[in-house]
Structure formats: structure tokens, C-alpha cells
Design a protein around this ligand. Structure first.
Ligand code: NAD
Length: 245
């Protein structure tokens, strides 16, 4: 098997679309067997079937403990091991503090922060037994700078950085690496939901003067998943066209 990930097994959450789908596609192109996990199970099955027999779609709710455990157990049962786990699934429930409900706050924390923690815990249990692994957590530049209207999302994304570093320290001696990515403004369904004037304003503030594409985040994930980053753990890679450097 050729490529940077030949013979590896990878789970990518939120992989039915957007950045997760692009990560799954690049990992697959580099030889990995990929499990595309998403709340929308049928969409992830469809996405996987457009790749090859090395791609599997799986319905999973990352905020649900049993669902995440099933995802990891089923992957290890079918493929014998788990080498790479990408905590990518995400949602937004944007509103000002005056308008944000407790339900909006809890939903975003549940998917991003609890979901990432559940993924790190389940994946690392499988990886530490094997003596190697790479876990990649999708944070955001919102977690570095704080975005108005995103107190829930910014808190979750900053929390993912702390979780990444703590887990990296716990797992380093087992040769399990844990790193994070902080994308800036990336063109996906998530940002298509933004008011066009807000998108344009954010884009104008980027030194590279354009939004990023999903494959440009997937490239950073590929690097962190592969042995090219074998001496990196607890790192946070910014993929934002120079924004908020
Ligand atoms: N697009 C951006 O500009 C941007 C910037 C920074 C960070 N991010 C982060 O990148 C990740 C991917 O974002 P995207 O833009 O591709 O979003 P997207 O909305 O295009 O895709 C998100 C995917 O996650 C899935 N999902 C949602 N809740 C889930 C759950 N509970 N369990 C399993 N799957 C679930 C959705 O079904 C969807 O397929 C997210 O964590 C997001 O916060 C995105």
C-alpha cells in the first residue's frame, strides 16, 4: 500500500460533508481504511460508497457515550485496530448573550467538547493497548480569539485546546499523539449559513484575502495523522490564511 497512511485505519467524525468529508477523502487517497462517522448515517454511507471498499459509513452521535463506544468497538472488530481518530463533528447555535438560550449553549458544548472528550477517551483506550496512534481535534480560531455571537462555540473550541494538551501529556508515553487544528474561515455548509455581509467582513480581515477550502484543512490533518509529524504532540496548528496570528 502506498501513500502516507498505507495500512492505517482512521475514524473521522462529522465526515458526511464539509471538512470531515475532505479529510476522509485525503486519508483514503493516501491508503488508509476510513470510517466516515456522522449523525446523518445514510449520508455518510453514501459518501463512503463513492470512495472504495476501504471506506465505510457509520451512523454516530458524538455526544452520546454509547454511540461513540460502538463506533470505536465496531471499527476495531472489523479492521483489527484503530490508528487515527479525528474529532471533527460540529454544529453552531449562534446568538448574542441576550438571545442565546441554555439549550443553545448545552447543545454546542455537548457536540464539540463532550463529543471530543468521549472520542479521545474511547480512541485512546484502543490506541494505548496497541502502543501507537494519532488523535486530531478540530478546534477553531474562535477558540483563540472569541467571536461575538459565539460564546458557546468559542468556549467549546477553547476547551478543546486544553483537552488536547492534557490528553497529549497523559498519552505521550504510550506513543499516542494528540494534536489540534484551528481553522479560520472555511467554505462549508457551516459558514454558508452566516449572513453574507458577516462572511464578507471576516474574509476581508484575512491577510490572504480569501476564505479557505476544506481540502486546505484536510492537508493539515493528513500531516498530523501521518508519521511526518511523529515528534509532535499537544500542538495547535492554525489554518487561517494568516488571520489572528
Ligand atoms: N467551516 C469553518 O469555517 C470552520 C472553522 C473552524 C472550525 N470548524 C470546525 O470544523 C468542523 C467541521 O466543520 P464544517 O464546516 O465541515 O461543518 P459542516 O456543518 O459542513 O459539517 C459538520 C458535520 O458534522 C455532523 N454532525 C453534527 N453533529 C453531529 C453529532 N452529534 N454527531 C456526529 N456528527 C455530527 C453533521 O451532520 C455534518 O455532516 C467542526 O468542528 C467546525 O466547528 C469549521
Amino acid at each position: 500500500m502506498t501513500g502516507l497512511l498505507g495500512g492505517k485505519t482512521a475514524i473521522i467524525t462529522g465526515a458526511a460533508t464539509g471538512i470531515g468529508l475532505s479529510i476522509a477523502g485525503q486519508f483514503h487517497a493516501h491508503g488508509a481504511t476510513v470510517v466516515l462517522a456522522d449523525l446523518d448515517g445514510s449520508k455518510s454511507v453514501d459518501a463512503a460508497s463513492s470512495m472504495s471498499e476501504r471506506a465505510y459509513g457509520f451512523g454516530c452521535d458524538v455526544a452520546d457515550e454509547d454511540s461513540v463506544q460502538r463506533l470505536v468497538d465496531e471499527t476495531v472488530r472489523r479492521f483489527g485496530k484503530l490508528d487515527i481518530y479525528v474529532n471533527n463533528a460540529g454544529i453552531t447555535r449562534d446568538a448574542s448573550l441576550r438571545k442565546m438560550t441554555t439549550a443553545d449553549f448545552d447543545a454546542v458544548i455537548a457536540v464539540h467538547l463532550r463529543g471530543t472528550w468521549l472520542g479521545v477517551r474511547a480512541a485512546s483506550a484502543a490506541m494505548r493497548d496497541a502502543g501507537s496512534g494519532s488523535i486530531i481535534n478540530m478546534s477553531s480560531l474562535s477558540g483563540k480569539s472569541g467571536n461575538p455571537g459565539q460564546t458557546n462555540y468559542s468556549a467549546a473550541k477553547a476547551g478543546i485546546v486544553g483537552l488536547t494538551k492534557a490528553a497529549a501529556k497523559e498519552l505521550a508515553h504510550k506513543n499516542v499523539r494528540v494534536n489540534a487544528i484551528q481553522p479560520g474561515l472555511i467554505r462549508t455548509a457551516m459558514t454558508a449559513a452566516m449572513p453574507p455581509e458577516v462572511f464578507a467582513e471576516r474574509e476581508a480581515a484575512i491577510p490572504m484575502k480569501r476564505a479557505g477550502e476544506p481540502h486546505e484543512v484536510a492537508g493539515a490533518a493528513l500531516f498530523l495523522a501521518s508519521d511526518l509529524s511523529s515528534y509532535m504532540t499537544g500542538a495547535v496548528l492554525e489554518v487561517g490564511g494568516g488571520r489572528l496570528m
